[in-house]
Design a protein around this ligand. Structure first.
Ligand SMILES: NC(=O)C1=CN([C@@H]2O[C@H](COP(=O)(O)OP(=O)(O)OC[C@H]3O[C@@H](n4cnc5c(N)ncnc54)[C@H](O)[C@@H]3O)[C@@H](O)[C@H]2O)C=CC1
Ligand SMILES: [Mg+2]
Ligand SMILES: [Mg+2]
Ligand SMILES: [Mg+2]
Ligand SMILES: [Zn+2]
Length: 458
């Protein structure tokens, strides 16, 4: 009688042998053998050989274009990693096989943008600058008044710091779901006279003056107004259009086009500052808006804030460090979750920079406070204005010196080291219950994506 364990082991050896023949054929660039083995046993496609490399990785390593093409045409998985956490794309790129790298990133699915090393600053939401701020015009009252009266000037309306918006048809193709409502000077004229209204000059459009004599030769100016009037009454200013207030800061503000998000970041942060600084921080007297909304001056003639320059008179920006901490092995990253996050969501650690602290020191301190992990080198990647209310998120990659995790339970519920494969799956396949990343409009998401785009060490 034959022992069933022997049968099983013989079968396993046969399968392993077939896998080895398959990956070897891919490694040698033998298209005929690769095709024939797949046609006999389709499940070979993504199976790694004994050293952890699958056929696609070996074809990419040795620069075999046709084999790579054949494997992809059968649906080979581009998003799996070997034991050193490298995808086939990482391997092709490292060995200089650019044509194979291009094949692997393809153009037919979203993995293109995930696998490639992107310049994250190109994609950061809230950081576009479609307007020229023309700060030198802020104290020119005549120029400001003229712009406010022009029919082509654009006014954005806010109530309790929420912008008035309308939904966009999906067909616009920009990916944006909402757009800022734009009002003309005639519609907001009366509103501007109300005592609770705050007006901020945002800038002028960065476009070349039109050559057509019918249109204004100067680019249109943009303003933002925060009004304390009844929001229901304000809605009627927009006429019959389907308008609404984008009230949920962390969600409703993430659905605009890149350009509008940039304008919104500026407008909301400056208006938020006005709403919190109605009184002078130095003496407590009331203060008034000046310089087209970019300064608040104390109304008390004897206040020391009127002597010299004081940062209390200008819109504030709070620097925050946000960092993706990498494990010393280079193949895992540290992500944490706050209690308020949705189930399964983890993100980069972050924290406010304290006075007298460098970016690097703040990264080291916040990571150690929140996770107990010690950090060595810190490298700046990109930043994101975050207008809720007025932070500047300074995004860094940081390398850990220690790996034991002990979370600060006041702030973080859990923190773990996540391997590259899990992160790639969360970024590209989505729907993983284990790891859900923050919205792609956040710099936290962009930092994780940037790390995946960087080649891991070979
Ligand atoms: N865009 C993105 O990807 C992300 C943005 N953020 C933003 O970064 C900010 C800071 O992150 P946290 O982890 O909360 O910082 P954190 O780790 O420093 O802890 C927050 C605490 O710091 C104190 N604090 C110190 N300076 C402060 C200031 N200027 N304003 C308010 N609180 C101050 C407060 O006690 C507050 O509760 C958050 O407000 C959040 O909105 C956070 C993570 C991701
Ligand atoms: Mg924090
Ligand atoms: Mg903290
Ligand atoms: Mg802190
Ligand atoms: Zn004062």
């Amino acid at each position: 009688m034959i022992d069933s364990r022997v049968v099983k082991s013989v079968r396993m050896n046969m399968t392993e042998e077939m896998v080895e023949r398959f990956v070897d054929a891919a490694s040698r660039g033998d298209v005929a053998a690769v095709s024939s083995l797949i046609s006999r046993c389709a499940s070979l496609l993504d199976r790694p050989g004994a050293n952890g490399w699958n056929a696609l990785m070996l074809a990419a390593r040795n620069g075999h274009y046709t084999v790579t093409e054949t494997l992809l045409s059968h649906g080979a998985d581009r998003l799996v990693v070997n034991r050193s956490s490298q995808t086939a794309y990482d391997i092709a790129k490292f060995w200089g096989h650019t044509h194979i790298g291009n094949l692997l990133v393809g153009t037919d699915d979203q993995s293109q943008h995930i696998l490639e090393t992107t310049d994250p600053s190109q994609e950061i939401y809230f950081s576009a600058e479609p307007l020229d701020r023309l700060s030198e015009r802020r104290s020119d009252a005549t120029w400001q008044q003229d712009k406010q009266n022009r029919p082509d000037s654009v006014f954005l309306l806010f109530s309790e710091l929420s912008p008035l918006v309308h939904s966009l048809e999906p067909s616009t193709g920009s990916g944006a779901q909402t757009s800022l409502c734009r009002f003309s000077s005639s519609l907001v004229k009366e509103l501007l006279l109300k005592p609770g209204s705050v007006l901020v000059f945002l800038g002028v459009e960065r476009r070349r003056p039109s050559s057509s004599p019918e249109t204004s030769s100067e680019p249109p100016a943009w303003f933002a107004i925060n009004s304390t009037e009844d929001p229901e009454v304000l809605l009627k200013l927009g006429g019959e259009k389907d308008l609404f207030w984008a009230r949920r800061p962390n969600r409703d503000l993430l659905n605009f086009s890149q350009d509008e998000a940039g304008i919104l970041a500026q407008a909301r942060a400056v208006l938020a500052w006005h709403s919190r600084y109605a009184f002078c921080p130095t003496c407590g007297s009331s203060s008034r808006s000046e310089e087209a909304g970019y300064k608040r001056t104390c109304t008390n003639a004897s206040c020391s804030s009127l002597q010299g320059v004081h940062n209390t008179s200008y819109p504030r920006v709070d620097p925050v460090v946000i960092m993706l901490v990498l494990h010393p092995d280079g193949e895992q990253c540290l992500l944490g979750r706050k209690k308020v996050f949705p189930t399964g969501m983890f993100s980069c650690l972050a924290g406010f920079i304290e006075p007298g602290e460098s970016v690097e020191s703040a990264v080291r301190r916040e990571v150690e406070e929140e996770s107990g992990v010690k950090v060595g080198s810190v490298r700046y990647v990109a930043c994101q204005p975050w207008p809720v209310p007025s932070s500047l998120m300074i995004g860094c990659l940081a390398v850990a010196l220690s790996t034991d995790i002990k979370v600060d339970e006041n702030e973080i519920e859990e923190a773990h080291w996540f391997p590259r494969q899990k992160v790639i799956d969360a970024l590209f396949r989505g729907g993983s219950p284990v790891l859900l990343l923050s919205h792609q409009q956040t710099i936290a998401h962009q930092l994780v994506k940037h790390w995946i785009g960087c080649n891991s060490n070979l």
